[in-house]
Design a protein around this ligand. Structure first.
Ligand SMILES: Cc1ncc(COP(=O)(O)O)c(C=O)c1O
Length: 371
């Protein structure tokens, strides 16, 4: 079996995979109603929210688009914080739907500076909402969302968060950090196959939704909320993914959120230590290094594609390369969801052997690439 260590889709425990093989049921019937009610309640606990939690048959990008089109109107001014591929994507979605996007860009590999966010908000009263990625999967950086949120709420703006690769694995108490919409997706920390995305919705977000005029149909959260009151979804849901998520959430409840977060902290620290001991350098600024994905700077002279091919074909370890401008410059080790220390030890052993085979001497010769 392959040791799949990309930052999603992530491996699933076998009871989760087995749950997915159950026969279809009527998605407007009692049995599905019980499942969606249970899954929603369990997700609300893990999101730590008393607000609404809505499930969408989508990948994570669908949840990002949902956040934008439900809360904003064309011409609304938004502040998009970017320090990687997914921050860029959030800004792009808002722009495509006609928002007036003001970008605040930070170097890839560095964290968003909350003081700069505060300064931007102080200088521009017209900003209505702030878009931010909690865990920037493309660079392995976890932004300081708690402090960013404090800045955003000082100015009483709407805070829309992509927490697709963080929540459920990295602490994100939605209500106490006053996040208005938080998006995630099943195939990340939730140990579930792809097919479902989830968004939390605060009271302030519902007020924005009532006013918002961006076009929306499939992603209309008012419809989703109305149908949830009848324990249904407006459109045919990914029933099999619901079965799987129901089982995964049962396993997560058994472990408990704080134990899950602590396990990701341990695994993240082990990955970073192991990578550095091999003579490699982290791409992300270490104080903000993510506990769900580690980005490693490609050593000088090492061809990332070849390294990943050897790892996959000869050692059964699947890692990710860099995206966009980081292609060939970094590789990424995913460690979220169904992940334990032994999985990372296996990755590190394979990496050591594969590095030797691509001619890496182990000297501290890794370079920190610029994006
Ligand atoms: C932070 C972040 N945002 C958005 C996405 C996009 O999610 P999807 O590919 O499920 O649409 C991902 C997926 O890798 C992600 O890690």
């Amino acid at each position: 079996m392959l040791n799949l260590r990309i930052p999603g889709p992530t491996p699933c425990p076998s009871p989760v995979l087995q749950a997915q093989t159950k026969p279809m049921i009527n998605h407007r019937g009692k049995e599905f109603g019980e499942i969606i009610t249970r899954v929603t309640a369990k997700l609300k606990e893990l999101f730590q929210t008393q607000g609404d939690l809505l499930l969408l048959t989508a990948s994570g990008t669908g949840a990002m688009e949902t956040a934008v089109v439900n809360t904003l109107s064309p011409e609304d001014k938004v502040l998009a914080l970017t320090n990687g591929v997914f921050g860029e994507r959030f800004a792009q979605i808002a722009k495509i739907f006609g928002a007036n996007v003001r970008r605040l860009d930070f170097p890839w590999g560095k964290a968003i500076d909350p003081a700069a966010v505060r300064a931007a908000l102080a200088s521009d009263v017209a900003i209505k909402a702030v878009l931010v990625v909690h865990n920037e999967t493309s660079t392995g950086v976890t932004n300081d969302l708690e402090t960013i949120s404090a800045m955003v709420k000082e100015f009483e703006k709407l805070l829309l968060v992509d927490a697709i690769s963080s929540i459920g694995a990295i602490a994100l108490p939605v209500d106490s950090w006053r996040c208005d919409m938080v998006a995630s997706a099943a195939q990340k920390g939730w140990m579930t196959p792809p097919g479902l995305a989830m968004v939390s919705v605060s009271h302030q977000a519902w007020e924005a939704i009532d006013q918002a005029r961006m076009p929306r149909f499939y992603w209309d959260l008012t419809k989703a909320k109305n149908f949830l009151e009848r324990a249904q979804t407006p459109w045919t849901p990914a029933v099999s993914t619901f079965y799987a998520l129901d089982k995964a959430l049962e396993l997560m409840a058994q472990e408990g959120l704080s134990a899950i977060v602590a396990r990701h902290e341990r695994v993240g620290a082990l990955t970073r230590k192991g990578v550095k001991e091999l003579g490699l350098s982290l791409f992300a600024e270490e104080a903000f290094a993510s506990n769900t994905v580690t980005a490693v700077a490609a050593p000088v002279g090492v061809e990332v594609g070849k390294l990943l091919r050897i790892l996959r074909e000869d050692y059964g370890v699947v890692l990710s390369g860099g995206q966009q401008s980081l292609e060939g410059k970094i590789f990424r080790i995913g460690h979220l969801g169904y992940i334990y220390e032994a999985d990372i030890e296996e990755v590190l052993k394979a990496l050591e052997k594969a590095l030797t085979r691509v001619g890496f001497s182990g000297a501290k010769e890794a370079r920190i690439p610029s994006a």
